[in-house]
Design a protein around this ligand. Structure first.
Ligand code: ADP
Ligand code: GLC
Length: 489
């Protein structure tokens, strides 16, 4: 079914505001859908967004949303990118700040106010611009109130609109004290175990799961994992109650941004047919990070958030040992928890010329690491989908992954007897298991180069575009039979 009106509500969208994969998906999926549908994305106008660079202009001011017992006045800004209308809510009280969710000092204390305002404003924005969505697609806890408002407000403007909530990461649920519920318009009647209530607090994601018409997550494997007590971070009961409406659709990647043959962030473009540029990027990467410029050494990369989810302590253990016991190099790009930042900041001094890091966020370096490394390490404890392993595959950089969530769904394990596969997988949550798998990759690189090269080309030939997944979302949107007023759990 094509020609639908689709509205995305998100706290992030690339390239405007990004802390992780949520931003990539909330821009690349809308773009894929916009080929045959009318798609808009609503997000906050954070003060970090460069209006001039992105051609963002004001289209309306004096717009107003009713929150609790006050009126909040905002302006609306707009940019069109690849056929998608990005609508930015300018509301300085909440979004004129240094960070998106936090600063080094911690989370913003008013986050529940900020994001309930965003969720409510989504509905007013539609009216401001005269858009009637067939579906509103909310993402993560930040916009989890959208399905609730749609269901509870029963606004005739939205009589034919349904909601989808995508869970990108169940580890972040938006759990807060009750002080904001009046402002947010959450009824005390909905503070119970089948809606928002969780150990006396408000769990926004849980409420979203209760009220959304359909719930998706970002890989089929993760959709299974979150139905169990360990993978769900406590939400398995409500997810199982909503099981008939829960599904997993694997993320795609944005081929305009992550394509080695056209990538503008890397010095040398390359493709399956012409791999010469890959070796030159490796040399460039070694130069940039002050590593010994050796074309024949196995080079491992990591890019990501320094958070426990990403299995950083496994990486710490394995890097330390690999550097001492194997012939290999490591490049790490990331930021996050202080303890991890300190560890990786010091690594170049311990292994000069063979190991280096960049502590911070750099889109450009992320592209260079993907392009110049031989292997990419993702030892995540859990990974709803993961994008970097798909970027790696597209760049002929073989991923080393823990077999969890989307990592398991997207990487085919190497079979040493046949040479088949696109990467290396391990299961145990242990530094030893990661170390052993790095060893397996290193030995393949040196001892079975024909296998390594065949895997590279096979990986680059995989289709990670959004075509199939966008089709699945459209089918899902079209399948929803709106059940007015009915509460699902
Ligand atoms: P998550 O959303 O859990 O962080 P994903 O693998 O889905 O994990 O997406 C992470 C995205 O954020 C990728 O596009 C990755 O390149 C990017 N990223 C994470 N940390 C950094 C960093 N320090 N510098 C540049 N890009 C980063
Ligand atoms: C989350 C997940 C990641 C996923 C991304 C986009 O941040 O941690 O696995 O790829 O969202 O869906």
């Amino acid at each position: 079914m094509a020609g639908m009106n689709i509205l995305f509500a998100s706290s992030e969208a690339a390239p405007y505001a990004k802390t992780g994969g949520l931003a990539d998906v909330c821009s690349s999926l809308p773009k894929a859908l916009a080929k045959e549908n009318n798609v808009k994305v609503v997000l906050p106008l954070y003060s970090s967004i460069d209006l001039v660079k992105y051609g963002i202009t004001e289209v309306m001011h004096g717009c107003c949303v009713h929150m609790g017992n006050c009126e909040e006045f905002y302006s609306l800004y707009h940019a069109n990118e690849s056929g998608v209308d990005f609508l930015f809510i300018k509301f300085d009280k909440y979004f004129h700040r240094e960070g998106i969710y936090h600063t080094k000092a911690g989370e913003y204390g008013d986050n529940p106010f900020r994001f309930s305002f965003l969720s409510k404003a989504v509905f007013q924005v539609d009216k401001d611009i005269g858009f009637i969505p067939d579906v509103i697609h909310a993402n993560d806890w930040q916009t989890s109130l959208v399905p609730y408002y749609l269901k509870k407000d029963n606004d005739p403007y939205y009589k034919n609109t349904s909601s989808v909530l995508t869970i990108h990461n169940i580890g972040y649920q938006g759990i807060f004290g009750t002080e904001f519920i009046e402002y947010a318009g959450i009824s005390v009647d909905d503070m119970h175990d089948n809606a928002f209530e969780s150990f006396g607090e408000v769990n926004l994601l849980k409420g979203g799961i209760a009220f959304a018409d359909k719930i998706t997550t970002v890989s089929p494997k993760y959709a299974e994992e979150i139905r169990g007590p360990i993978g769900s971070s406590g939400l398995h009961e409500i997810l199982n109650k909503r099981g008939a409406d829960l599904s997993g659709i694997i993320n795609g990647i944005d081929a305009d941004v992550w394509n080695p043959s056209t990538d503008r962030d890397i010095p040398y473009n390359f493709s399956v047919k012409s791999m010469g540029g890959k070796a030159k990027n490796k040399q460039e990467l070694q130069k940039k990070f002050g590593l010994t410029e050796r074309p024949d050494v196995a080079l491992f990369g990591f890019v990501g958030r320094f958070a426990d989810q990403k299995g950083i302590y496994l990486l710490q253990h394995a890097i330390e040992r690999a550097m001492n016991e194997m012939v290999c190099q490591f490049v790490v790009v990331g930021s996050g928890e202080q303890e991890y930042e300190d560890f990786f900041a010091g690594i170049a001094d311990r292994f000069p010329g063979e190991c280096a890091s960049y502590i911070g966020y750099s889109e450009e370096l992320a592209h260079l690491v993907e392009a110049g490394s031989d292997f990419f390490v993702m030892p995540s404890l859990y990974e709803p989908c993961g994008l970097n392993q798909m970027y790696s595959l597209a760049y002929g950089t073989l991923p080393i992954v823990r077999a969890t969530g989307g990592l398991d769904d997207t990487v085919d394990n190497y079979d040493e007897s046949t040479g088949q596969g696109t990467g290396f997988k391990f299961s145990a949550i242990s530094g030893q298991a990661l170390f052993d798998t790095i060893g397996w990759a290193v030995s393949t690189y040196y001892d079975r180069p024909q296998h390594y090269k065949a895997m590279q080309l096979r990986a680059m030939g995989k289709d990670f575009s959004w075509i199939q997944s966008a089709k699945e979302y459209l089918e899902l949107y079209a399948s929803i039979e709106k059940r007015d007023g009915e509460i699902y759990v």
